[in-house]
Design a protein around this ligand. Structure first.
Ligand code: PMP
Length: 307
């Protein structure tokens, strides 16, 4: 999708979109040395607010730490860059993309100890990632022939650019087979995650999601869903999920910052439950969007006003 924002924050200042460029010899371009975030700002009862901003920026710094990448800004400065990117572009709601990367630091795989990352933040409008009617009617997905990245290879707890080579294989294969999205199994062939979403299954009223050990990104939407579901009195189990459990689920949904909460109506061509958005999925969706009109009670710091 073509993205439009007038101003992009790059290394400390907002600048016109067309000026925010990098050199072809950038380390990240050659070796994949980038870490990033995907965050949403919503038009809420408290004005335009960024959802769980602090925790997203913590995850950005965690990702950078895993790769020993030095981000030459404080967390507070990055948070302010996010707020400014939304406010200065006059957006009421937005998708935000902070990205730290090794730029033109010279060739050679191993960066110098004092190498500093470049940092950019873009904010732009991005509506429903999996299509407008997906939220209600659900999507068709298929289990990918590609496994998710193995533990102790490329760590999936870091949201790094390179991880998305795996996601591209999964998502493009899914599209070739006519699915909206692909579901990956981990190297032990337990259910892991979507190309860019965490997964939840519901069977006999109990909610299941793969644990951190299944090569997932520890998603903030996943954490939000777990928190809201428990608040509503549901039992949530983080446990290993076998492939066939996808076929036997009463309800199945995917979640992520861009995706939000999207029901799955078929998996590998097999109907999930009644083939429509399930009752519990609907309740969780309502609780999710209720956070932005004040009908769902949440921690104060989950909504960070842009000004
Ligand atoms: N897994 C992957 C691979 C993702 O790219 C994303 C989207 N960031 C998620 C899960 C969901 O994470 P979050 O809810 O924090 O956006």
């Amino acid at each position: 999708a073509k993205v439009n924002a007038e101003q992009i924050w790059f290394n400390g200042e907002l600048m016109p979109w067309q000026n925010a460029t990098v050199h072809v010899m950038s380390h990240a371009l050659h070796y994949g040395s980038s870490v990033f975030e995907g965050i949403r700002a919503y038009n809420t009862h408290k004005g335009t607010c960024i959802f769980r901003l602090e925790e997203h920026i913590d995850r950005l710094f965690d990702s950078a730490k895993i790769y020993r990448m030095n981000i030459p800004f404080t967390r507070e400065e990055v948070m302010q860059a996010c707020r400014d990117s939304v406010a200065e572009n006059g957006l009421n709601s937005a998708y935000l993309r902070p990205l730290a990367f090794l730029g033109d630091i010279g060739m050679g795989l191993r960066p110098a100890d004092d190498a500093k990352a470049d940092l950019m933040v873009a904010a732009f409008s991005w509506e429903a990632y999996l299509g407008a009617d997906a939220m209600e009617n659900g999507v068709n997905v298929g289990v990918s022939s590609w496994n998710r990245i193995a533990p102790n290879t490329i760590p999936t707890a870091a949201k790094a650019g390179g991880n998305y080579l795996s996601s591209q294989l999964i998502s493009r294969e899914a599209a070739r087979h006519g699915y909206t999205e692909g579901i990956a199994l981990d190297v032990n062939n337990y259910v892991s995650e979507g190309a860019g979403q965490n997964l939840f299954l519901i069977r006999k009223g109990i909610i299941y999601t793969p644990p951190g050990s299944c090569s997932i990104l520890p998603g903030l939407t996943r954490d939000t869903v777990i928190t809201l579901a428990k608040q509503m009195g549901y039992e949530v189990r983080e446990e290993l999920i076998a492939r066939e459990a996808l076929y036997l689920a009463d309800e199945f949904f995917m979640c992520g910052t861009a995706t939000e909460i999207v029901p799955v109506s078929t998996v590998d061509g097999m109907q999930v439950g009644c083939g429509k958005r399930g009752e519990i999925t609907k309740k969780i969706q309502d609780a999710f969007f209720g956070m932005f009109d004040g009908t769902t009670e949440i921690a104060d710091n989950w909504l960070d006003p842009v000004k």
